[in-house]
Ligand binder design. Structure first.
Ligand code: CA
Length: 335
């Protein structure tokens, strides 16, 4: 018998109209014995119909989705929708407020802690609430990520259920998103410990984004996220067809295959990239050199690509430690 979440919602998910408030995550600490951590949540509902759950701030230093959903909270009129939209813009609220990937309270990486624990740490309790309370209400989940502080992506949408043969419904929603680049993958580095892993356990389709990253927001990334979320709401029948925003062009579909799509720092030092985002590379091609300016005469160590492909993701900070991801690739695929 699973435990019940200890988080208390200030909003009523069944009520029509707009509601906004907080999920109260009680957290007893020295400075606040009976206090709660306030996770903002907005529910827009108009009659019976499909439900979309829109999430950002799963990683607190990924800002594109947080900005897009903050805009959407103000612009979406509940009278215009059919069904329900649940918006959780700062899912790992302590991490989002700190501008960090992980929670400053328990160091929890929310996207590695699903299915969570009703009686666990703060971040485990958030994961549990999302998986057991929010996802089961949804017909589709959009979890809006980017590369965070350490990585930059070619702004893209994604679907991570490819290893299960792919869901036609999820792929149709990914096409409707209308991103310039979209990729499909087997479960990524987070495996089934992610929010999309939680959606899969509940039989709910989940899309994501890797909107950009590098700890900042670009207009192009924001436009991609805002247009994509809008178009997914149209695709689900929550917004009318007339609300669809026509994409700039067709979507290029990529697959992120196995571990050989990733390049890691072969040693610790200064990272010299030898290619850039959006380039096509070949297996065996040099990807990066590691330097030691403290011993500048030392020969650099070179990392190579192990696969042909499109450079989808690149590390941003110049200093890298052995094992850091420097690049990952995608390869063109028919979906
Ligand atoms: Ca992320």
């Amino acid at each position: 018998m699973p435990s019940k979440s200890r988080i208390v919602a200030e909003v009523d998910f069944e009520k029509n109209g707009r509601q906004q408030g907080f999920l109260r995550l009680f957290h007893s600490v020295h400075s606040s014995a009976y206090g709660f951590i306030p996770l903002p949540i907005v529910v827009l509902k108009n009659g019976d119909g499909p439900t979309a759950l829109l999430v950002s701030g799963t990683h607190g230093d990924e800002y594109e989705g947080q900005v897009a959903l903050s805009n959407l909270v103000k612009s979406l009129d509940p009278a215009r929708i059919h069904g329900r939209v649940i918006i959780l813009p700062a899912a790992n609220y302590p991490a989002a407020m700190a501008g960090l990937r992980t929670s400053p309270i328990d160091q929890g990486n929310l996207n590695r802690l699903f299915p969570g624990d009703a009686n666990g740490t703060v971040t485990q309790q958030i994961a549990y609430y999302i998986e057991e309370e929010l996802i089961p209400m949804a017909d589709i989940v959009c979890d809006l990520h980017s590369g965070g502080s350490s990585l930059m992506y070619v702004p893209s949408a994604l679907y991570g259920g490819w290893e299960r043969g792919g869901s036609e419904k999820a792929l149709a929603a990914l096409k409707a998103f209308g991103a310039p680049v979209a990729y499909v993958s087997a479960a990524g580095p987070g495996g089934n410990l992610t929010l999309s892993g939680g959606a899969a356990r509940k039989g709910v389709i989940a899309l994501g984004t890797e909107a950009g990253g590098s700890g900042h927001v670009t207009r192009a990334a924001l436009r991609m996220v805002e247009r994509g979320v809008n178009n997914v709401l149209v695709h689900q029948g929550i917004l009318p067809d007339s609300a669809r925003i026509v994409p700039d062009g067709p979507t290029r579909f990529l697959e992120v295959g196995g571990p050989d799509y990733f390049v890691y720092a072969p040693d610790s030092g200064l990272f010299e990239p030898l290619v850039e985002l959006g380039e096509m590379v070949r297996a065996g091609q040099p990807a990066a050199r590691m330097h030691w300016p403290e011993t500048p005469w030392a020969e650099p160590v070179t990392a190579h690509f192990a696969h042909d492909g499109f450079v989808l993701c690149k590390r941003m900070p110049g200093r890298a430690t052995r094992g850091d991801c420097l690049f990952h690739l995608g390869t063109d695929v028919e979906v």
